[in-house]
Design a protein around this ligand. Structure first.
Ligand SMILES: Nc1nc2c(ncn2[C@@H]2O[C@H](COP(=O)(O)OP(=O)(O)OP(=O)(O)O)[C@@H](O)[C@H]2O)c(=O)[nH]1
Length: 630
């Protein structure tokens, strides 16, 4: 013990001499001192059991790692008393951070802290939150031993300092020294990133680290919230899967860095032991689901879809498995599953990219960045990379870049989908417009056809089928219209009734068909004399015809009637049985209508005149005035 104290004093004096020397530039002083310390520690065989000296300096923070003595205790049988014995074969740690990867041994570390500063309140921080058991023995020069038992296998409240990492307080006056013996046994990676700092400096660094983690968590939360809102608005499940993925990553890092144990479950030792791995399983499951949905693997290939289902089942099984096995076994199982998951994700992204999905580029980039962070972290835990600021925060840097890139990928896909939707809407509108135009054309055509059909129907309903002139139905309507018009204008109107003489005899002699021929020919001869617009020729019934002449006086009407009579009688009608001489009798009624009269009065008057013409020997014209005279 005395010898060790002498060593320490001697080294401090030598070191201070170097630091005070004007012959060395300030940049070289630390190297010279380090060289000297290394020389003293390694080169002097008499000091084979020499304890590494950790000397506080004016920066008030010192990394504790290089030069620290350690021994491996594979059976875990050595006690604190055992390791104080001489010639145990201590080795010297040559790395920046003591790191032995995953193994089952217990490890003892030893170093002496010498305080060269006036500050007397110091803290030793072991910045790895998932260590199982850490027993720290602090031996002061007077032989007094302080013991601290820490690790995540003990409730959080056992820690001497309320901190997510393992922190041991140390009281040392200037030039005082204390020797640390640390026993470490853990199923996680065996690594001890240690730092000795004054109380105030420790708080300062801690605030900076907490701030960095806060920025990281804040960034993730904002992106998670943004994606959740996108899910609420767009109802696309991809966003929800991605939010689950972000939270899994966040809680994974929370567990790894000790935040969960400190604030969320300080008493739940068993859960805390598995929590990081369980959240790692959640990361993998949410990644499988998100990747499958985002890249639409089913559309890419049924094989990838099948692999996705198998992968989700596998991760779920592993998630259940890690609940029942020690941490070191669980991590060895889940890491290969994570590698397979990454491989599948890349395969999907490449296939999707090859099929023309440009969003897959962002996906690959994001996935690569996250993966790089994960690989760096894993390489450190497996003791292939040293622990430093980059390896320590690798997963956080990777995940932050990853969520940014994934958000970009989701936004890019949203843009593409919107463009496709707009295009589809435009096409749908175009189709609808064309359909409407076609419909309109058809409706127009149909309307026209209908109008023509209606017109034909009306003509048919107003026309006598045999003779092609108006029928009695039309005649009645026309008579009323002309009557009212003449009444309003106080104009003359005339009505002629024409009856074929002895028509029954023609029918009887030559048959009805010949009778029909005769009626047609009589019609033609009537039409020759009634051709002014507004004149109406109609079949009154049987072999009787009626002619209505608007704006026609009795004299004119009689004149027309006489011309008709002569026209019919003057020339024989040529029929299929030879020429037949036919005559007609006509009754004429004409006047200016007076109010109170009925239109049918004209027909009655004309009928009476016709009756007179028949009685007068036929083939003659009589007017209604003659009828009244008689
Ligand atoms: N072929 C043919 N005959 C018709 C048609 N409509 C009516 N008749 C015939 O016309 C004849 C009319 O005979 P009547 O009423 O006795 O008159 P009429 O023989 O002409 O003698 P008067 O009028 O007194 O000169 C009947 O034999 C009817 O059958 C028709 O559309 N076609």
């Amino acid at each position: 013990m005395v010898f060790r104290c002498l060593n320490a004093k001697l080294l401090i004096i030598v070191y201070d001499f170097f630091c005070a020397s004007r012959s060395l530039s300030s940049g070289l002083k630390p190297y010279a001192a380090a060289f000297l310390l290394a020389f003293l520690a390694f080169a002097l065989p008499a000091w084979g059991d020499t304890v590494a000296l950790i000397k506080t300096d004016s920066t008030e923070k010192t990394a504790v790692g290089p030069g620290v003595s350690f021994i491996e205790d594979p059976e875990g049988v050595l006690t604190f008393a055992d390791v104080q014995k001489p010639s145990l074969g201590w080795k010297i740690n040559t790395e920046g951070v003591f790191n032995q990867g995953y193994n089952k041994s217990s490890w003892w570390l030893r170093f002496t802290v010498v305080n060269t500063q006036y500050k007397s309140s110091w803290l030793l921080e072991i910045a790895y939150a998932v260590l199982d058991n850490i027993d720290v023995y602090v031996v002061s020069p007077d032989g007094d031993v302080k013991e601290y038992f820490m690790g995540d296998q003990l409730p959080f409240g056992h820690r001497p300092v309320n901190h997510r990492h393992f922190v041991v307080p140390l009281k040392l006056k200037k030039f005082e020294q204390a020797t640390f013996y640390i026993r470490l046994k853990t199923s996680s990676s065996v690594q001890l990133p240690m730092m000795l700092a004054s109380d105030s400096m420790f708080r300062e660094i801690d605030v900076a680290h907490t701030l960095l983690e806060g920025i990281w968590v804040g960034g993730l939360l904002i992106i998670a919230l943004y994606n959740f809102l996108m899910f609420l608005v767009l109802r696309s499940r991809d966003y929800l899967y991605y939010v689950a993925n972000i939270f899994s990553v966040m809680f994974f890092v929370f567990c790894l860095h000790g935040w969960g144990y400190q604030y969320l479950w300080p008493e739940a030792i068993a859960w805390n032991d598995k929590s990081a791995l369980i959240f790692l399983a959640f990361i993998l499951i949410s990644s499988w689901i998100f990747t499958g949905s985002f890249l639409n693997v089913y559309a890419i290939s049924p094989f990838l879809r099948f692999a996705q289902i198998a992968g989700i089942l596998l991760v779920s099984l592993v998630g259940a498995f890690i609940l029942y096995v020690p941490y070191d076994v669980a991590i060895r199982v889940i890491i290969p599953v994570a590698v397979v998951s990454c491989f599948w994700g890349f395969l999907c992204a490449i296939a999707s990219w090859l099929q023309g999905n440009t969003s897959a580029r962002y996906y690959m980039l994001a996935w690569s960045v996250f993966l790089a962070g994960g690989v760096v972290m894993a390489l450190n835990k497996f003791h292939f990379l040293p622990l430093n600021l980059w390896t320590r925060f690798a997963i956080q840097i990777g995940s932050l870049l990853d969520v940014l890139l994934f958000s970009l990928a989701l936004a890019d896909r949203f843009n593409k989908e919107r463009a496709l939707r707009l295009e589809a809407e435009r096409e749908a509108l175009l189709i609808q417009k064309k359909a409407n135009e076609t419909l309109e054309r058809r409706v127009e055509q149909r309307t026209q056809d209908l109008e023509v059909a209606n017109q034909k129907l009306k003509e048919l309903s107003d026309t006598d089928q045999l003779l092609g002139i108006y029928n009695r139905r039309f005649l009645d309507g026309a008579l009323e219209k002309i009557f009212l018009s003449s009444l309003r204008r106080k104009h003359n109107m005339a009505v002629l009734l024409i009856d074929v003489d002895h028509f029954k005899a023609i029918n009887d002699t030559h048959g009805h068909l010949v009778g029909d021929e005769c009626l047609k020919m009589v019609t033609k001869r009537l039409q020759q004399h009634v051709c002014l617009p507004g004149d109406i020729i109609a079949r009154y019934g049987g072999e009787e015809f009626c002619i209505i002449l608007p704006e026609t006086t009795m004299d004119d009407a009689l004149d027309i009637a006489e011309r008709i009579r002569i026209c019919v009688a003057s020339e024989p009608i040529f029929t299929s049985v030879g020429p037949l001489v036919i005559t007609v009798s006509l009754g004429v009624s004409a006047s200016v209508p007076r109010s109170g009269e009925a239109p049918l009065g004209y027909l009655d008057s004309a009928d009476m005149a016709l009756y007179r013409a028949k009685n007068s020997g036929r083939n003659c014209v009589k007017n209604s005035a003659d009828v009244l005279d008689h």
